[in-house]
Design a protein around this ligand. Structure first.
Ligand SMILES: [Zn+2]
Length: 361
């Protein structure tokens, strides 16, 4: 019994000792690994030594993305005529203010005082006249809207900086719009004729800041959304008294053909308006919203130049001396670091010119 007790005690002493030993070993290992980390020699990538960047300026420029697009926009012009009466007949479509004192509408004689024949780009007052059958005259008991859909061809350039998934930048759009179809009323549709505004072509300019982000990727397709906020101008032909800011919220998809060349499609909704003052009644707030559909490319400057050795066939970014270069065999719109077979995915024997050959190689 006594022997057993001694044995147990001895065992405990031995175990304790080994624990202590292990703790010491752990400490030593930690210390050694820290030391090794400190003294570690960084293995340079490439064959010789680490590549020196080409220039800071080039590296900085390569972080910018240039978006160049055109497209087909639809301008959704609309406005309310608040409190006006409407005449539609042989003199075209006119609006008059029935409650003011002097220019007044007399339903018995058909006399209409001062009226407006234009109220889109400016106001054009016409003299008093007498309406007669079969002219249509109405004083709507609720606000009446005139609407117009016009195509516009945008020419757009934007420059943005990419930070992680976010995009920060700005741009400019020049957009001729063709107001050829005229305005249609929201009620009395069969009685009121299409009203033609005083301008048929507008040259709209927009300048904006943009903030966006990437939110989804499917294979080579990258989806993003952005908000473009800025100023705009409808051109000299529109004599507005004030105008709103421009807001364009849209989503886009880019096809990442290569690091530097990405075909791009963006669809957005744009909010903006302007005010035309009236000499005889309530002012006109013209909504100039747009559905924008743009397509084009996003370009990025390569951070390194093309390899300078004429017969170099390396297909990846590679090093000569202390500098790294782009492959010569890839134009900017082809992927710069293709995996095996990506460059020529179709087997030679399936190519048309090799169809009849026994040995296509
Ligand atoms: Zn090379």
């Amino acid at each position: 019994m006594k022997n057993l007790l001694i044995l147990v005690l001895l065992n405990l002493v031995f175990l304790g000792g080994s624990f202590a030993q292990r703790r010491d070993n752990d400490g030593e290992l930690k210390r050694l690994s820290k030391e090794a980390e400190k003294n570690r020699v960084r293995t340079p990538p490439g064959w010789y030594h680490e590549a020196i960047p080409h220039s800071r300026f080039r590296g900085f420029l390569s972080k910018f993305n240039l978006e160049i697009t055109t497209g087909l926009n639809t301008a959704l012009y609309s406005h309310k005529v608040v409190g006006y009466g409407i005449y539609s007949g042989s003199l075209g479509t006119r609006i008059f203010f029935p409650t003011s004192n002097d220019p007044v509408y007399d339903p018995v004689s058909g006399n209409i005082g001062e009226s407006l024949s234009q109220w889109f780009n400016t106001t054009l007052t016409t003299d008093a006249f007498t309406s007669a059958e079969p002219d249509f005259v109405v004083i709507p008991d609720s606000d009446l809207k005139f609407r117009n859909k016009s195509p516009g061809i945008p020419i757009n350039a934007a420059l943005y900086f990419k930070i992680y998934r976010f995009r920060l930048g700005g741009g400019y759009t020049f957009e001729p719009q063709f107001l050829t179809s005229g305005f249609r009323p929201s009620s009395y549709k069969s009685d009121i004729e299409t009203w033609k505004p005083g301008v048929s072509v507008l040259f709209v300019k927009k300048y904006y800041g943009m903030l966006g982000g990437e939110f989804y990727r499917y294979q080579d397709f990258l989806f993003s959304a952005d908000l473009r906020v800025g100023g705009w101008g409808p051109g000299k032909r529109i004599q507005y008294s004030s105008k709103s800011w421009m807001f364009n919220l849209g989503t886009g998809v880019e096809w990442q053909k290569s690091e530097y060349f990405r075909p791009y499609l963006r669809a957005g909704f744009e909010y903006k308006n302007f005010i035309i003052p009236s000499p005889i009644g309530a002012e006109f707030k013209h909504n100039a919203n747009e559905i924008t559909v743009n397509f084009g490319v996003i370009l990025q400057m390569p951070s390194m130049p093309k390899c300078f050795i004429k017969n170099c066939h390396i297909q990846m970014n590679h090093q000569h001396g202390d500098r790294e270069y782009r492959s010569r065999v890839h134009p900017v719109w082809k992927k710069q670091n293709p995996n095996y077979g990506e460059n020529y995915p179709r087997l030679l024997k399936y190519k048309r010119k090799n169809k009849g050959k026994l040995n296509p190689y």
